[in-house]
Ligand binder design. Structure first.
Ligand SMILES: Cc1cc2nc3c(=O)[nH]c(=O)nc-3n(C[C@H](O)[C@H](O)[C@H](O)COP(=O)(O)O)c2cc1C
Ligand code: SF4
Length: 475
């Protein structure tokens, strides 16, 4: 099994960076991370963002569950001033799993509690929450909904998209695509959910366009006929309609945001030596976002940058840049040391994946000076991610440092840095992928296991992890 991460100091990482010919930077001066910054009409107290991290621990009715409340209390008290709430479905059909949270009139009050408790935890721990922004990711899971809803036929993803878990049946050529009218009607679902999100006190609303969920699939739907496919204007149409509608109903103190893929790439599978290998493909590729029809391995950011520039004119003030598809090629989105169970060994040095994240986010930031851009890909750097974040903020490569898995392992890393000058080395994410493994485990009475960090949050996930391992042994 590959083991790449053997670095004891930033000097070791700098040497590796030179060897691999990357552009990773590190700075021991962490002060850029404590600088407040203006985002639209709001001020955010520091440059730390907790990425959206679904816990798959909601109740079947879409309300946040016990573990959801616990997670956000820990995030709230942790010290990051930008908390990017997780994927929340805008309607029932768009849920990715039966425990995905969903905001609607029936669940509204529990979401209000979630916001209040998160802010209270922040006040208890940090004193002031006036510079804390807590947002919500509005999502429709499209192809990855419990029953797949596809925006277009994708010759590479269709054969991997399971329609019926019992029979293993996959999407075939005669599987219907969501119609133009159905897409148009979704605008109302986004508006209704956004209104409730504003009512319960969220500070920003992310219209999710990443990880190949519905709106991301549309961005790349070159082969979809009609008004929502083909040209750039058509592929961005639904998101444009959603932002326009939201702008009309969302008050100016609540920001519009988006998490957008910079680059989709194509699916990988486990090949020789368990290493990831791209699925066989031929040019021109039927669809895809942030890549040319003839090269699915190199980001081509012309369209994503053009779209971000246009979204600014639609009122979007905050953009989080993501990559890839967590189901089809996890190494792009979440560079890892150990693969998730449905994955493969990293086909590249994971630092190359980190560097790709940093370069994509930098390109979007440089093309949009003054726009708040959140970067991704930091957890792989283990205890050295603060130094990388500080250098990236210092050099204007990024506005916010977004932290995903590492905030499950150590949600209070900002407090640790503030109070002790360093992170708690005993709770540093080692990118073991147990959290992704839990996410993939459906053999649970509610149809979905909750996820968190079993190695470093044993109190909540130790027993859950044991149970899943026992299930695997029985199988
Ligand atoms: C358990 C888990 C849940 C996640 N949930 C979401 C989510 O709800 N929305 C989203 O955009 N990304 C989600 N992600 C992706 C992360 O936000 C992040 O992009 C990814 O983990 C890479 O960042 P990292 O290297 O800091 O972990 C999730 C990742 C994990 C491991
Ligand atoms: S289970 Fe914990 S240590 Fe492993 S990748 Fe997830 S957050 Fe990191």
């Amino acid at each position: 099994m590959a083991k790449f991460f053997k670095y004891k100091t930033t000097a070791d990482l700098e040497a590796e960076n030179a060897r691999l010919n990357l552009d990773l930077r590190f700075s021991d001066d962490l002060s850029p991370l404590s600088q407040p910054v203006t985002v639209g009409t709001r001020t955010v107290g520091n440059r730390w963002c907790i990425h959206p991290m679904e816990g798959c621990d909601g109740n079947l009715d879409g309300t946040p569950g016990e573990l959801t409340f616990r997670r956000y209390q820990r995030f709230g008290g942790g010290g990051a001033k930008l908390i990017w709430g997780e994927a929340c479905a805008v309607n029932d059909e768009g849920r990715a799993n039966p425990r995905q949270i969903a905001l609607n009139p029936r669940t509204r009050d529990e979401f209000a509690k979630l916001v209040e408790q998160t802010r209270q935890a922040h006040r208890d721990s940090l004193g002031d929450d006036s510079d804390l922004l807590f947002g919500l990711q509005l999502t429709h899971s499209g192809r990855y909904s419990v029953k797949p809803i596809i925006a277009t036929h994708d010759p590479l993803l269709d054969p991997r998209t399971v329609v019926n878990k019992a029979t293993g049946q996959k999407v075939t050529a005669d599987y219907p695509i969501i119609t133009d009218d159905e897409l148009k009607r979704l605008v109302d679902d986004y508006v209704a959910t956004a209104k409730l999100a504003v009512e319960v006190g969220f500070d920003f609303l992310d219209v999710k366009q990443c990880h190949r969920y519905l709106l991301n699939e549309l961005l790349g739907a070159r082969n979809r006929p009609g008004p929502y496919g083909g040209s750039f204007e058509n592929r961005t149409r639904l998101a444009r309609e959603i932002f326009t509608a939201l702008k009309a109903v969302v008050p100016s103190n609540v920001l519009l945001a988006t998490r957008m893929n910079g680059f989709d790439s194509i699916p990988y599978h486990k090949g020789d030596n368990d290493d990831g290998q791209p699925d066989p493909w031929t040019a021109p590729l039927a669809n895809g976002w942030g890549m040319s029809e003839s090269d699915p391995f190199t980001p081509d950011l012309a369209e994503p940058i053009r779209w971000v520039q246009e979204m600014r004119t639609l009122g979007v003030d905050l953009v989080n840049v993501a990559l890839g598809n967590p189901y089809a090629q996890p190494h792009f989105g979440r560079p890892f040391e150990y693969p998730p169970p449905d994955g493969y060994e990293s086909p590249e040095h994971p630092l190359t994946g980190v560097d790709r994240h940093f370069k994509c986010a930098e390109a979007v930031q440089r093309a949009n000076p003054g726009l708040a851009i959140v970067g991704t890909g930091y957890s792989y750097l283990q205890e050295f991610f603060p130094q990388a974040g500080a250098a990236n903020v210092r050099d204007g490569r990024i506005t916010f440092v977004g932290v995903g898995r590492a905030s499950l392992a150590q949600p209070d890393w900002v407090k640790q840095l503030q109070d002790n000058g360093k992170m708690d080395r005993k709770r540093v994410c080692r990118t073991f992928s147990y959290c992704t493994a839990l996410m993939r485990e459906k053999n649970h009475p509610l149809g979905q296991y909750p996820t968190g960090c079993p190695p470093f949050d044993k109190e909540a996930y130790g027993e859950i992890w044991k149970e899943v391992l026992e299930l695997k042994v029985k199988k």
